[in-house]
Design a protein around this ligand. Structure first.
Ligand code: ADP
Ligand code: MG
Length: 251
């Protein structure tokens, strides 16, 4: 397939073991800049572990990770984040009593700590990052509301906005539509496509109709490796992919 983007992330022979069990088994993977890529694969394939390693949350036992041409395999998570990698977690990370805008402000602030972030002067860059996050997520009208008042979907968008407010080069999302209504899913598809025009986006997802809608490229993980990658049409016609999913359904 054609590869319009330069590679932004290169993973080679990554190994992660938990008590002798290989969650990642010499995984190799390349992410191209500005190509909205979705990683799929059955439960236990190693998708979340993969995100944990590239974000510095889990240490690799072997292999390497390069981000923006730099070896980040041994870097601490906060240093990787500073290089421009942001992740939206599945578990809620918003401050419920703070307004939508203040949540974004805390996320965007270059300083550590809640109170210094809220008290410090807003730099033009921070203000622009907050405004961009409000615009992209469509939460502008709710900016003054406490996060606790948001619907489930709106809260997910706020969390995407908080990741975006750090102005990342690469945005990572693990199952972003879990628990959403159909309308919220539609809005999330638009939102991710909008973000992907300016930044690199990697999504982990298992809802195939959603994958078909948003993915410009799909990578299938299985047993800690990448099994196949390509367009949605290509991977859904691939016999190995069918076997992996049928095998899971049958067991
Ligand atoms: P996925 O996100 O694709 O469903 P995971 O990356 O969460 O898969 O898990 C891959 C495998 O590693 C699974 O078999 C899981 O049980 C195992 N695993 C993940 N995290 C841990 C951990 N902290 N301790 C032990 N086993 C783990
Ligand atoms: Mg997972």
């Amino acid at each position: 397939m054609t590869r319009p983007g330069e590679s932004i992330l290169e993973v080679s022979d990554l190994v992660v073991e938990f008590d002798g069990f290989r969650a990642l088994d010499r995984l190799s993977f390349v992410l191209y800049a500005n190509v909205l890529t979705v990683v799929i694969g059955p439960n236990g394939a190693g998708k979340t572990t993969f995100l944990d390693v590239i974000t510095g949350r889990t240490r690799a036992h072997g292999g390497s990770v390069r981000f923006l041409g730099r070896d980040i395999t041994e870097l601490a998570d906060y240093r990787i984040a500073r290089l421009g990698m942001a992740r939206k977690f599945q578990a809620p990370t918003v401050f419920p009593d703070l307004s939508v805008r203040d949540n974004l402000r805390v996320a965007a602030a270059p300083v550590k700590g809640l109170w210094s972030a809220l008290r410090g002067r807003l730099t033009p860059a921070t203000r622009a990052a907050i405004d961009e996050a409000l615009a992209v997520t469509g939460l502008g009208a709710l900016a003054a509301r406490p996060a606790a008042a948001l619907s489930h979907g709106q809260r997910q968008w706020l969390e995407i906005g908080m990741a975006l407010a750090t102005q990342p080069r690469l945005l990572l999302l693990d199952e972003p539509i879990a628990g959403m209504t159909g309308e919220e899913v539609d809005r999330t598809a638009e939102l991710l496509q909008e973000i992907a025009r300016r930044r690199s986006v990697l999504v982990i997802e298992h809802d195939m109709s959603f994958v078909r809608r948003i993915a410009q490229r799909v990578c299938v993980f299985h047993q800690g490796r990448q099994l196949v990658e390509g367009s949605f049409e290509r991977i859904s016609a691939d016999e190995r992919v069918r076997e992996v999913y049928l095998g899971v359904e049958a067991s």
